[in-house]
Write a protein that binds this ligand. Structure first.
Ligand code: HEM
Length: 533
């Protein structure tokens, strides 16, 4: 263990903190205010005068207090803490120091629901975001994950469609943060790749008891890259030390009325009370030459790598031990981005991940008002920053020197390239025609949904059936209900029969899929996993 660095971010933030207790009220210009109750008027009953700069400034600032909420994951709660790798055993696979140094690395984690607006209730049936910003010595690394290991769609080109379907319907903005509406189920009926994730969404995993009791997943297959440039596929997992626990649906509905801040409050109060939430980080590693040994594609984000095939290896732990001082400045203004990587971590060609790598920066340019939001206190790296980027709205830096272009012979202001430790993209060999087509296993929509169903206990199955009945039973269009039951019939006949009976749909006939719970015959021909992580 080397010197602890967990306070580096804290010290940086301290420089921005403003404590206004026991100070005199001023304008933005520092002029002391002698009055703050009455605006300046022409006589006791006359109009307000334009020259009242104090009142104008105060109201104008108020008028501009709101920024757009996140287009998804608008409602959230966050906290600071640290991450610590257990040892340096991953150095065989990666040059990312925070995964190997054993130092305490400062982090900020934001948990969120996905569909609801900023003011919606916590205990809705929804996916939860689990986004972590690691302020590492090599720059910021963001692991922008969810509490479920797969996603609804396989390609980011469908993300706007999916979100339009899952958000409240456009004509009346109903329902707020619920999965019970025709547009969502219409999308599901027409996009069977959603089925695996829909099984998770109808399960108790969508009703976490506490953010402290949720798993987290990076979802995509990423790549670790070592000092020799060798790549290893990796999936990231967070496991809560407090265990994974859920609420019952009935509890969720009551709590949503009594305490819409239930999960937020729990996170805040636990940290205030010194009961610091903890997670263990685990990785599943797959050698590059084992890429094609599975009956699914590692680039398909609707598939997990079963833990029986590749065990999760614990590599470090995360502790959240400090609440933010200001929700807006920190939790609201933090900007996560899947493309914020550090040397030793790289992407794969997962088409969902590739779209995310475009989308986050793009949306934050508008959400946070221009290109300088990485200078906001919560987003600032603790690693030194020196770019040739200049100007723009909200520029905080006073760049000195004459030059702001690379390469120059005049010196004075232009940073040099790193001799060592720079980010080098993994040198993956790529060839192929430009097509809009994925490998055939992307079309296996049901096998892993079946695997999920088969892994459930009877109580968990009852909850899943009840959830499908409740949510699908609210869909007005019968053909959508029937189509979804048809997909469930591909997942498991018994499941489909039980759901059909609760939503007024005729009992489906068995599909004859003899492989329920197993790999499909066609896919197993692709080869058995012969993996050496
Ligand atoms: C926000 C996770 C897919 C676009 C978020 C957040 C999380 C997350 C956790 C909240 C970040 C925060 O707390 O500030 C995921 C996961 C995905 C996924 C795990 C799939 C595996 C996508 C895709 C796109 C996308 C495919 C677009 C093509 C966005 C956008 C935001 C967001 C625009 C709002 C960001 C902001 O305003 O700061 N996502 N997301 N996400 N996500 Fe995703």
């Amino acid at each position: 263990m080397t010197e602890s660095r967990e306070n580096t971010k804290q010290e940086q933030l301290d420089r921005f903190r403003e404590d206004q207790r026991n100070t005199v009220l001023t304008t933005q210009q520092g002029v002391r205010a002698g009055h703050d109750d009455d605006s300046l008027t022409a006589g006791a009953r006359g109009p307000t005068l334009l020259e009242d700069f104090h009142a104008r400034e105060k109201i104008t600032h108020f008028d501009h207090e709101r920024i757009p909420e996140r287009v998804v994951h608008a409602r959230g709660a966050g906290a600071y803490g640290y991450f610590e790798a257990y040892d340096n055993s991953l150095s065989e696979y990666t040059t990312a120091e925070f995964l190997t140094s054993g130092e305490r690395i400062p982090v900020f984690v934001r948990f969120s629901t996905v569909a609801g607006s900023r003011g919606s209730a916590d205990t809705v049936r929804d996916v939860r975001g689990f986004a972590t910003k690691f302020y590492t010595r090599q720059g910021n690394y963001d692991l922008v994950g969810n509490n479920m290991p797969v996603f609804f769609i396989q390609d980011g080109i469908k993300f706007p469609d999916f979100v339009h379907a899952v958000k409240p319907e456009p004509h009346n903005e109903i329902p707020q943060a619920q999965s019970a509406h025709d547009t969502l189920w219409d999308f599901v009926a027409r996009q069977p790749e959603t089925m695996h994730m829909m099984m998770w969404l109808m399960s108790d995993r969508a009703l976490p008891r506490s953010y402290r009791m949720m798993q987290g997943f990076g979802v995509h297959t990423f790549r670790l890259v070592n000092a020799d440039g060798r790549g290893t596929f990796v999936k990231f997992h967070w496991k809560p030390v407090a265990g994974t626990h859920s609420l019952l649906w009935d509890e969720c509905q009551k709590i949503a009325g009594k305490d819409p801040d239930f999960n937020r409050r729990d996170l805040w109060e636990s940290i205030e009370a010194g009961r610091f939430p903890e997670w263990e980080l685990g990785v599943q590693l797959v050698a590059e030459d084992a890429e094609h040994t599975f009956d699914f594609d590692l680039l398909d984000p609707t598939k997990i790598i079963p833990e029986e095939e590749v065990p999760v290896r614990p590599v470090g732990h995360l502790v959240l031990d400090r609440n933010p001082d200001n929700f807006f400045a920190e939790t609201e203004q933090i900007a996560f981005h899947t493309a914020n990587v550090v040397p030793g971590i790289d992407f794969t060609n997962d088409p969902l991940l590739q779209a995310r790598n475009f989308s986050y920066l793009d949306t934050q340019l508008i959400r946070l008002g221009g290109p300088n939001f990485s200078q906001l206190p919560v987003n600032r790296p603790v690693a030194p920053v020196a770019t040739n980027q200049r100007d723009g709205y909200g520029q905080q830096a006073i760049h000195r020197g004459r030059t702001s272009y690379f390469r120059n012979s005049l010196g004075g202001g232009c940073p040099a390239l790193a001799d060592a430790g720079g980010f080098h993209h993994y040198t993956e060999a790529v060839s192929g025609h430009k097509i809009r087509e994925r490998s055939p296993s992307f079309k296996d929509y049901y096998s892993q949904a079946t695997l999920f169903w088969n892994s459930m206990s009877e109580v968990e199955r009852e909850h899943i059936v009840a959830a499908f009945r409740f949510e699908l039973g609210k869909v007005e269009t019968m053909s959508i209900r029937e189509a979804v039951v048809g997909h469930l019939n591909e997942v498991d006949h018994d499941l489909a029969v039980r759901v059909a009976a609760g939503v007024g749909v005729a009992e489906p006939t068995p599909t004859g899929r003899a492989n329920h719970g197993k790999r499909s015959a066609a896919l197993s021909q692709l080869g058995q996993p012969g993996l050496t992580p």
